[in-house]
Design a protein around this ligand. Structure first.
Ligand SMILES: Nc1nc2c(ncn2[C@@H]2O[C@H](COP(=O)(O)OP(=O)(O)OP(=O)(O)O)[C@@H](O)[C@H]2O)c(=O)[nH]1
Length: 623
């Protein structure tokens, strides 16, 4: 999972295991920073180069993208959880500096983690691909950095490419973000060009940590945590005030949990033990913590005996916003799936799962995620690492249902919708979406947002690119908005969003009935004005996706008891093997075997079998 960490555990007991002697680096020689960038602009490659150039990792151990450690991260080239590394850099002024890099996730789903890790450092490198320019996530992340009072050094990457336009991109950074970019460092993280300048810029242009008193009561930020099968939960901390020592008894101020510190250390990037961590330093601790859930990112760690007066400000637990049902295709996999889900949940506090039974799909889990990417990552891991075939139901958001009797219900699953006659009104979550798109695709983007019940908030230009800001219902975005956006703009748009709150709208639950049996997994919340259109589209699709049976199958969409759309799948007249006339026995056998294998992936609904693909395909909306 995190190969470099696991791989380097050996060194903890091996001959090269050593303690860093108990001296604290003076604040003036510490620089804590993060790298903010849009996906693919080269953040991980730059981090690798910094590590390599400072000899933090021996050349032979250098694996591309050291900091992106999960397989899926590697494969998709995205960074999911924050990671950290401590680099020692002998600067031109003759002093050796300790540089702590916290690598932050680049994707919108993990905005909260980004904002937390930013609070743990004083400065940021803003990496912008000199061939692409500023993108939506560059904006979102750089604003988070600005909010955290960071000093920011712009870095233009990929200047080795002929398409690089550093001057234009500098101008764009100044126009769009509003920070000075004249003195941006021009580099190629790929070839290594300009990397020494980046190291010098970190030392000379980013601030040292603000004053901290090593003798004050301990105040440390819990920046991140992960589960390690050898060490248990490993907690990444940034010391603000006081000194943390091995053996100390600590207390998490938000959760109230108490622990004894077993081990203290830093990542270089292999784990290296230290005796103590002082103000301004970033390191890790282990403390026989059983599950990641007990460590809340953003919590304040203090000493049990001598507590600091106040926790650090701004703590909020990250809460799942997108929910869906995950069911094993083969009911026999349920126990394996439960184990797998428990393991994943141990390592990911923002992923929630509760057992669920569906009339149609049997036993499974209702799972909560930070966003769509998070959902995909977890689903992929279940399928890949644990080898479980899954049926995923339509993602849904949390609706606030206000009942006539004054009760308020949070609806996570459309299947649990209460009797509509008892409902007063329903509110849905809305987001503010920022989209940056080349001019020529603007029309398509506006249409897409409009189709998804968007309200335009702003439209401005930065060079030949438009920046549109829309207020959109989250529900319209969760399923395939991002895919549609990519396809209508040929991949040239970038997208970022933040939640802005709940608003009332005319929402109803649409049920789908196949052969008069409701299929829970396909029920969804829709806007009343769109229900008919959606219902019709859904029935038409299902008609194509459900194989014909020996009898006629009505497929209906309904709101309450009222049918709003209907299709009929005609009966199959011939036997599947009928076309194999002429007695080709092997062909006939093959066909029957194929049919049998296909059956495993089918779900029985009353008398009707629905293939697994139908669930996903039916829920994808075409414009
Ligand atoms: N030509 C060229 N390619 C580069 C350079 N820096 C990075 N790349 C390539 O750009 C792609 C993306 O680089 P990454 O370092 O994975 O990007 P990232 O910003 O870390 O992406 P996330 O982890 O998804 O946030 C990779 O294929 C790199 O090899 C560069 O200076 N020049």
């Amino acid at each position: 999972m995190r190969p470099w960490r696991v791989a380097h555990h050996a060194t903890l007991t091996g001959p090269c295991f050593r303690f860093i002697s108990a001296f604290m680096t003076p604040l003036s020689r510490i620089r804590n920073f993060s790298i903010v960038a849009h996906i693919d602009h080269g953040k991980s490659t730059l981090a690798d180069r910094l590590i390599q150039l400072t000899g933090t990792v021996a050349e032979r151990d250098m694996k591309a993208q050291l900091l992106d450690s999960m397989d899926i991260e590697r494969e998709r080239g995205i960074t999911i959880k924050a990671n950290t590394v401590r680099i020692e850099y002998p600067a031109k002024d003759g002093e050796t500096y300790v540089l702590n890099l916290i690598d932050t996730p680049g994707h919108v789903d993990f905005a909260y983690e980004v904002s937390r890790s930013m609070r743990a450092v004083e400065g940021s490198l803003l990496v912008v691909d000199a061939t692409q320019g500023v993108e939506a996530q560059t904006l979102a992340n750089v604003y988070t950095a600005i909010e955290a009072d960071h000093e920011i050094v712009p870095v233009l990457n990929k200047i080795d490419l002929p398409a690089a336009e550093p001057e234009r991109v500098k101008e764009q950074i100044e126009d769009v973000i509003g920070i000075e970019a004249d003195n941006a460092v021009e580099i190629s993280a790929k070839t290594g060009l300009g990397i020494p300048d980046v190291l010098e810029a970190i030392v000379t242009r980013l601030p040292a940590p603000a004053s901290g008193d090593p003798d004050a009561p301990l105040q440390a930020m819990l920046v991140d945590s992960y589960y390690d099968s050898y060490l248990g939960v490993v907690v990444l901390v940034r010391i603000m005030q006081g000194t943390l020592k091995k053996g100390d008894n600590i207390r998490m101020m938000q959760t109230g949990a108490r622990y004894g510190v077993d081990r203290l250390g830093v990542f270089r990037p292999a784990m290296q033990n230290v005796d103590e961590l002082g103000p301004g330093e970033i390191g890790f601790l282990t403390a026989s913590i059983k599950q990641v859930r007990d460590t809340k990112v953003g919590d304040t760690i203090t000493h049990e005996r001598r507590q600091c007066e106040k926790p650090l400000p701004g703590f909020k637990p990250s809460v799942p916003v997108v929910f869906c049902g995950l069911f094993p295709v083969d009911a026999n996999d349920f126990e394996d799936m439960r184990d797998a889900i428990e393991k994943l949940a141990l390592n990911d506090a923002s992923f929630t799962a509760e057992m669920e039974t569906s009339a149609a799909l049997g036993f499974g889990f209702r799972c909560g995620f930070l966003g769509l990417l998070h959902l995909e990552v977890i689903r992929d891991r279940l399928e890949r690492e644990y080898d479980i075939d899954l049926i995923t139901t339509a993602p849904s958001v949390i609706y606030h249902i206000y009942m006539k009797d004054g009760e308020q219900i949070d609806l996570h699953n459309p299947a649990d919708m209460p009797d509509p006659s008892k409902i007063d009104h329903i509110e849905e979550p809305r987001i503010k979406a920022t989209i940056l798109v080349p001019d020529e695709y603007l029309g398509d983007v506006l249409k897409l947002c409009q189709d998804r019940r968007g309200i335009q908030l702003d439209l401005t230009y930065a060079g030949s690119r438009a920046m549109v800001v829309y207020d959109l219902p989250l529900n319209e975005v969760v399923f395939d908005f991002y895919d549609r956006l990519k396809s209508v703009t040929k991949g040239y748009a970038s997208f970022d969003y933040q939640m802005i709150g709940y608003r009332e709208d005319n929402l109803v639950k649409m049920s789908i009935l196949v052969n008069d049996e409701p299929v829970d997994a396909l029920s969804m919340m829709v806007h009343r004005d769109r229900a008919e259109m959606r219902g019709r589209a859904m029935c038409e699709k299902l008609k194509d996706l459900i194989p014909r049976h020996m009898f006629k199958i009505p497929i209906q969409a309904a709101i309450g008891g009222k049918v709003i759309a209907r299709e009929t799948l005609s009966a199959l007249r011939k036997d599947v093997t009928a076309k194999c006339y002429g007695g080709d026995a092997t062909r006939k056998k093959k066909l029957l075997e194929k049919q049998k294998a296909g059956k495993k992936k089918m779900r029985q609904f009353g008398k009707v079998e629905i293939p697994q693909e139908a669930f996903i395909s039916a829920l994808k909306m075409d414009s």
